[in-house]
Design a binder for this molecule. Sequence first.
Ligand code: ADP
Length: 255
Amino acid sequence: MSGPPAIEVENLRYRYPDGLEALRGVSFSVAGGERVGLVGPNGAGKSTLLLHLNGLLPARLPGEAAVRVLGTPLTPATALAVRARVGLLFAEADDQLFCPTVGEDVSFGPAQLGLSRAEVAARVSRALAAVGLAGFDDRPPHRLSAGEKRRACLAGLLALDPAVLALDEPTQSLDPRGRRELATLLTGLPVALLIASHDLGFVLAVCRRVVVLDAGRIVADGPAADILADEPLMLAHGLESPPPWSVQGRKNYSE
Ligand code: ADP
């Protein structure tokens, strides 16, 4: 695909004020429309990395931005504009849904963009339809199933017309049907995806490429089928190869 990469991360380092260095020089890029799995043991730095992609955590090296989104360096001055292009899906849907109704929740982001009411309403209907929740506008989020909540969160991000979605453990608390529906939904979206997950079968189903992060460093980056099948690599980094049925599942989504 032409144009600048959706995401470029160059030598990104981050130390929590009270903690160890969570990211120790991470470099990679994600092309427009590419779907990349981010795997690694607990504490590897996956969530910390995702939080840097839309400026929720500081992302600057002295004099030079460590993160670029569609070619734009992510700095305090660009963070607001970039945040609209990079949607971040949190592991806990309840952290993301905070309005009395699904419709209000999904309209919250676009309403901040200074769009007309009609345009906001059009974006909300399009986003809800895209995630299979057309007609859910007046439903209170706490009455939704886990899968519906996850999709409502996604609708809120899609309503901003993002170029990139960064997803933190998107299959957490989903049943197998919700998980399949989410895989189908994600593979049909015209955006770049970075999916942090321990659900390696899901990663294999949705992503052609996998990046392995451990102790704040990238230790492998390549085709998902090769990396996830590399059992010594997986075991060395606290993971395990997904079961064969997942490989079968991959044909349904990624081809
Ligand atoms: P992962 O998502 O791969 O499990 P995280 O990015 O959550 O990893 O964590 C990376 C490291 O940063 C871990 O050692 C974790 O303990 C530490 N960490 C995460 N969040 C905080 C925080 N808010 N304050 C201090 N340390 C943190």
